[in-house]
Design a protein around this ligand. Structure first.
Ligand SMILES: C[S@@+](CC[C@H](N)C(=O)[O-])C[C@H]1O[C@@H](n2cnc3c(N)ncnc32)[C@H](O)[C@@H]1O
Length: 306
C-alpha cells in the first residue's frame, strides 16, 4: 500500500486515494452522516494528505499581523531556551518544530511527530539539515517507544481541536515530560469572536449547514479548550498543573474574495463542502468582503509538577 492510499483508506477497505476518500466523505456528510469519530479522522487524514502545509501557509504569518507569528508566539510563550529537548506533537509541515529548534540551538534537540506521512515528508523538505530536528511518523496519543521523563517542553500547535478526547494525548505529555517540564499549545478560541466576526462566521457556517449538515453534528470541532468541563477534567486527570492562558487576536485582512479564499479554501470548512457548497461559500465571501476577521487564538501553558 502506498503512503497516499494508506493515509486515506480506513482499515480493511480497498486502497483509495485521498481525493477519492474526500469525495466519498463529502457525499456522506452532505447526506447528514455525522462527521465524528472515525469518519472525522479519515476526513482530516485525507485533507492533510492533499494539503500538508495548509496551516503553515495560510495561518502562520497573516499579512495583517505586522510580524505576529503563530510559531514564534508559542515558542516564546513556552519559553523554549538554548539546550532544551522538545517534542512537537502533530508537527504538520514543521513550522513550530523549526521555530523551536532555532530556540534550542545545536545543544538542544526537537522531535516532530505527525500521523500523516505527507506532513512528515513536507516537514523534512522544509527543514535545513543543520537544524537539530528529527521527524517521526506516529500517533501523538500513543507515543510508544518515546521514553519517559525525556523532554523539557512539549508543543501542540493547532492540534488539540482535532482530538475527540484530550485524555490520551495529555497522559502521554505527562509521561514524556521531565518533572517541571512545560506543555504549550495553541487552539482556536471561537468563544472569543467579536460580535461582528461571529456574524461573519455565522454566514459561513450556515453554508456548511446547508451543504454538509453532518459536519455540524456532534463534537466535530470545539469552541473553547480548556473551558469545556470534559477538557478541564482531562488536564486534571493527566496530573498536569493548572492551565495558564493568553488570548491573541490574529487579523485576517480580507479586501476581496481573493484574500478571503486564500485563507478559507485551505480550511476544513471549505474542504468538507462539495463543488456547489464551495461555490456558495465564495458567493457569501464576495458579499461580505472587505472584512477584517479577528481570529481569536488561545495559547495554553501547563507543566508536569515536580
Ligand atoms: C492543523 S494541523 C497543525 C500542524 C502544525 N502543528 C502547525 O501548527 O502548522 C494538525 C496536525 O495534527 C496532526 N494530527 C492530528 N491528529 C494526530 C494524531 N493523533 N497523531 C499525530 N498527528 C496528528 C495532523 O496530521 C496535522 O498535521
Amino acid at each position: 500500500m502506498s503512503a497516499d492510499s494508506e493515509a486515506a483508506a480506513p482499515p480493511g477497505t480497498a486502497a483509495q486515494s485521498p481525493a477519492e476518500a474526500l469525495t466519498e466523505i463529502r457525499a456522506l456528510v452532505a447526506a447528514g452522516t455525522p462527521l465524528v469519530g472515525a469518519l472525522a479522522a479519515r476526513f482530516q487524514r485525507a485533507v492533510h494528505a492533499l494539503d500538508p502545509a495548509a496551516t503553515e501557509d495560510s495561518l502562520a504569518v497573516l499579512p495583517g499581523n505586522r510580524g505576529v507569528h503563530l510559531y514564534d508566539t508559542i515558542v516564546s510563550w513556552a519559553p523554549i531556551v538554548a539546550g532544551e529537548q522538545v517534542i512537537d506533537l502533530g508537527c504538520g509541515s514543521g513550522g513550530a518544530t523549526r521555530a523551536a529548534a532555532r530556540a534550542t540551538g545545536p545543544e538542544g534537540m526537537v522531535v516532530g511527530i505527525d500521523a500523516s506521512p505527507e506532513c512528515i515528508a513536507e516537514a523534512q523538505a522544509r527543514t535545513d539539515p543543520d537544524l537539530p530536528v528529527l521527524y517521526r511518523r506516529g500517533d501523538v496519543q500513543r507515543l510508544g517507544t518515546v521514553p519517559d521523563r525525556t523532554f523539557d517542553c512539549a508543543i501542540a500547535s493547532m492540534v488539540l481541536e482535532q482530538l475527540d478526547d484530550l485524555g490520551p494525548l495529555l497522559g502521554e505529555v505527562f509521561r514524556v515530560l521531565r518533572p517541571g517540564g512545560r506543555f504549550v499549545a495553541s487552539v482556536t478560541a471561537f468563544d472569543r469572536l467579536r460580535p461582528i466576526d461571529a456574524a461573519f462566521m455565522g454566514a459561513v457556517i450556515a453554508v456548511v449547514g446547508r451543504h454538509a449538515p453532518g459536519a455540524l453534528a456532534g463534537r466535530a470541532s470545539r469552541a473553547s479548550i480548556p473551558h469545556e468541563p470534559l477538557d478541564q477534567a482531562a488536564f486534571k486527570a493527566a496530573g498536569l498543573a493548572t492551565v495558564e492562558e493568553q488570548d491573541v487576536q490574529f487579523a485576517v485582512v480580507m479586501e476581496d474574495l481573493d484574500d478571503a479564499w486564500r485563507v478559507f479554501s485551505r480550511t476544513y470548512i471549505a474542504q468538507i463542502l462539495d463543488e456547489e457548497g464551495q461555490e456558495e461559500l465564495r458567493r457569501i465571501l464576495t458579499r461580505r468582503t472587505p472584512h477584517t476577521l479577528y481570529l481569536p487564538l488561545r495559547f495554553l501553558r501547563t507543566r508536569r509538577p515536580g
